[in-house]
Design a protein around this ligand. Structure first.
Ligand SMILES: *Cc1c(COP(=O)(O)O)cnc(C)c1O
Length: 399
């Protein structure tokens, strides 16, 4: 194994990452960095985190052989890491539990979050209820209109959902509002970020809380196939489910890592969310990374059929893994993801999240080009219940 020790002490992954925030937040981030690095050294913290993953989330999640589909395709064997079976239906809960426990340790009784599709808001509201914390979620008013059932879920869980009316009234505007709240309420408030983005130490912290996914695979795959997979595939929005499964595999040189971005209506259409493939290096959400921006540096609206991949940036560690060629990144269109979604339902009896369907679509594309003894491991990041309306609408059906 080659040594891999990123980020460096200043929170950089090569030229990416770092801390780009208002002066008033520097102290809070320092405090967070210290508390975070202490937490993994504290056996009581690690034990509490593991306990929650087992008893509240239902971990370990199994790996599953998509045998009928692999047979049909006639090439490599496709396996799924079943994050869809977690409590709340996706990988996001792993990270929210870690950050909520950290907030509790730091004596912060109030947590805030921002959300686009509402999935991170629901996961945050869930852990806030679990640990008896006050919870405020910022959400663009346009997103609130589009994601009514997630808004209702958050309210059921006791969270306050604050509509953001500025800008395009979507995720990027909610990001700004959450940052503003944090500056104003730093004494009692912990900002739970939902993906491997944000200023240092967030990208590292979220990755480490999600790394449980890959760590389990490293034990599970030899048990079921006698060795590690040849290729690991995951969808990339901000990049947390992908970093979670990739990171423990980085030192395994023979394991290819492939991230799948949302190519939306096609890379030439301009309507996509492929920050790595088509973005420029800039600053978003407190770190330097690839960002979908126009010539003036204004953040652009992104598009994907899957709301969770619709993030205009990408975690800085992915930018570094791409530049250093340790991972490769490809695009899957809305149409390809929807086709994989329907095939997965009928062939395997699993309704995947549309985000995960992007990763599955890529696996299905490459499997026939590989021999039958090869193994592709796909991170099935979430279940598709939340996507029923979107899929039905595409088929002209009103639910
Ligand atoms: C939010 C979400 C994603 C995308 O976020 P990442 O940080 O890139 O993982 C992918 N899959 C599901 C099911 C999600 O809810």
């Amino acid at each position: 194994m080659k040594p891999y020790d990123f980020p460096d002490a200043t929170g950089h992954f090569g030229p990416y990452g770092g801390v780009f925030v208002a002066e008033t937040l520097m102290h809070a981030l320092d405090e967070l960095r210290v508390a975070y690095s202490a937490c993994w050294q504290d056996p009581a913290f690690v034990q509490a985190y593991r306990y929650e993953l087992k008893h509240f989330v239902g971990r370990p999640s199994p790996v599953y052989h998509a045998s009928r589909w692999s047979e049909k395709l006639g090439g490599a064997q496709i396996w799924f890491k079943r994050e869809d079976l977690n409590h709340t239906g996706a990988h996001k809960i792993n990270n929210c539990i870690g950050q909520a426990l950290l907030a509790r340790q730091m004596g912060k009784p109030r947590v805030i979050a921002e959300t686009g599709a509402g999935q991170h808001g629901v996961a945050t509201a869930t852990v806030a209820a679990r640990y008896g914390m006050e919870c405020v979620v910022y959400m663009g008013s346009e997103d609130i209109r589009r994601q009514a059932s997630n808004v209702y879920r958050m309210k059921l869980l006791g969270a306050t959902v604050v509509p953001v009316e500025s800008g395009s009234r979507t995720l990027k505007d909610a990001l700004n509002e959450a940052m503003r709240d944090w500056v104003a309420n730093i004494e009692n408030t912990f900002y739970i970020i939902g993906t491997v983005a944000g200023p240092h130490p967030y990208p590292q912290m979220v990755r480490d809380f999600q790394a449980i996914i890959g760590q389990e695979c490293i034990t599970q795959m030899p048990e079921v196939v006698g060795r590690q997979p040849d290729v690991v595939v995951a969808s990339v929005g901000g990049g947390s489910n992908a970093m979670g499964i990739f990171h423990p595999y980085i030192g395994f040189d023979d394991v290819q890592l492939v991230g799948v971005e949302a190519a939306g209506e096609g890379m030439d259409s301009g309507r996509h969310a492929a920050s790595l493939a088509a973005g420029q290096v800039g600053v978003l959400h407190g770190n330097r990374t690839y960002v979908m921006q126009n010539e003036d540096g204004q953040v652009q609206e992104t598009h994907s059929v899957s709301a969770g991949l619709d993030y205009p940036g990408v975690g800085p560690e992915h930018a570094w893994l791409m530049d250093s060629k340790r991972a490769t990144y490809v695009g899957i269109t809305d149409e390809e993801a929807l086709a994989a979604f329907h095939d997965c339902c009928r062939t395997e009896g699993i309704i995947p999240a549309l985000e995960s369907a992007h990763a599955i679509a890529h696996a299905v594309k490459i499997a026939p080009t590989m021999s039958k003894d090869k193994v592709i491991l796909v991170n099935l990041s979430g279940r598709g219940d939340k996507d029923m309306h979107t899929v039905a609408e595409r088929a002209g059906i009103v639910l």
